[in-house]
Write a protein that binds this ligand. Structure first.
Ligand code: HAM
Length: 421
């Protein structure tokens, strides 16, 4: 019986994975420069961690979590995002001692039972970072600037940084009421989803994807006009620092995000090239979450980006650094040569060369075909004659030029040829 992978999940095969590794390497370098350290988190957690942090009335918690009871009767959920786990780990390991800004990043798979379509999967990968322990707007801007620098290193251009402020527990409840009053008159025109959200989560009406609702949303009261003095000053400072950093942005008053833990600054980076699922990255400030899980007061700021969406918009053409073909493919002709070349391959690898070989022995022609397929830069030919004469043949595959390599000093000579190439 043939078993296939599950809808909405995919394998990342050699040929594609090199792009992922290239992106991950650049991410690690940039994050290191800004002082972020990696944290590896479990793929599953207690369900309550996600439902309480992301919010009981969000789409993720209401309809998208992979939740099951384990054999011990515990309610478990495959993580739909990483922030909740970082907060749990931060408290569990008392990372707030001694007090300082803790800067963490993570990468790995997330799981959401969404309707699969282009750019939307049920298992997808995120790279995320969380800066924990300060409400200084400098960190908001540092993190957004880091992200833009990272995108530039990947060769991405047409990206839009959109920001908004959602206020704080002092001003948000009032805004919520003003918003509800304004929405009330439109309930008949709004979609059924918005009607459901109106009572429990009225801010989500602002970012409904239904076209007619979007027109209505544009006319609704904006968070910006209902911020308390502290949040207003904070948002002004974020904008001023973005200007200092020379990071272009646009204020989008309809940007509310799909997770409930946000306070003050929220942001998204979108790409025109992505169609309907155009958000590559989203994040913002969440100043109350650590406290809500019984940790000390710890304002935080972070983001997560979707790897599949990111990879799909990077212009990879001509990026030789993502290629992973061997330096040398070793061809051995005859039984004795096969034994002999085992040691040659071993010594070359020990010396740091990327080497592959033919394992089946076959004719020169068939082994050459394999060498071509491997896209190796060179082939090294070892037959009985070569062993007898003490000279191997090394061929540059693109030009066809051949050089003799003395068997008694082959590692140094081959390395010299590789360097010359
Ligand atoms: P999020 O907006 O839910 O935020 O997800 C972040 C990114 O993950 C999205 O912008 C998108 O690129 C990608 N993504 C989400 N769902 C899918 C999917 N089904 N298929 C493919 N890609 C997807 C968070 O997860 C927050 N934890 C971000 C954060 C960190 N906020 C503060 N710190």
């Amino acid at each position: 019986m043939k078993i296939q992978s599950i809808r909405g999940v995919k394998d990342i095969l050699p040929g594609e994975i090199e792009k992922w590794q290239w992106v991950e390497d650049i991410a690690r370098n940039v994050f290191r420069k800004y002082g972020f350290k990696e944290i590896r988190l479990p793929v599953f957690e207690k369900t309550a961690l996600f439902s309480r942090s992301i919010g009981e009335t969000t789409d993720i918690v209401e309809k998208e979590m992979y939740t099951f009871e384990d054999r011990g009767g515990e309610q478990i959920t495959l993580r739909p995002e990483g922030t909740a786990s970082v907060v749990r780990a931060y408290i569990e390991h008392k990372m707030y001692n001694p007090p300082s800004v803790v800067k963490l990043y993570y990468l790995g798979p997330m799981f959401r039972y969404e309707r699969p379509q282009a750019g939307r999967f049920r298992q997808f990968y995120q790279i995320g970072i969380e800066a924990m322990g300060t409400d200084n707007p400098a960190i908001d801007v540092e993190v957004m600037t880091l992200l833009i620098e990272f995108f530039h290193l990947l060769g991405l251009k047409d990206l839009k940084l959109q920001i908004n402020s959602l206020g704080c527990p002092d001003c948000r409840p009032q805004y919520r009421e003003v918003l509800k009053d304004a929405i009330r008159g439109h309930l008949k025109e709004l979609c059924s989803n918005c009607n459901n959200r109106y009572e429990k989560n009225p801010l989500r009406v602002l970012d409904c994807k239904v076209e007619r609702d979007q027109e209505i949303a544009k006319g609704l009261p904006k968070t910006q006009d209902h911020l308390c003095e502290t949040c207003k000053a904070n948002f002004a400072q974020v904008q001023a620092l973005l200007d200092v950093a020379g990071t272009p942005y646009a204020i989008n008053p309809l940007l509310v995000r799909g997770l409930d833990y946000y306070t003050r600054t929220t942001f998204e980076v979108t790409s025109e090239g992505l169609g309907a699922q155009n958000a590559i990255c989203g994040g913002g400030r969440y100043d109350s979450l650590v406290e809500e899980f019984d940790g000390p007061s710890t304002p935080c700021f972070g983001f997560a980006l979707g790897m599949e969406r990111l990879i799909s918009v990077i212009p990879f053409d001509g990026k030789s650094e993502i290629e992973s073909q061997p330096d040398i493919f070793v061809i051995s002709l005859g039984e004795e040569a096969k034994h002999h070349s085992f040691n040659v391959v071993h010594q070359l690898r020990t010396a740091g060369c990327v080497v592959d070989q033919d394992y089946d022995g076959g004719s020169m022609k068939s082994q050459m075909r394999k060498a071509n397929k491997s896209q190796a830069r060179f082939t090294l030919i070892i037959g009985e004659n070569e062993i007898k004469s003490g000279k191997y043949m090394m061929k540059q595959m693109e030009s066809g030029t051949q050089v003799e390599i003395a068997a008694d000093n082959f590692v140094d000579q081959i390395k010299a040829e590789l360097e010359k190439d």
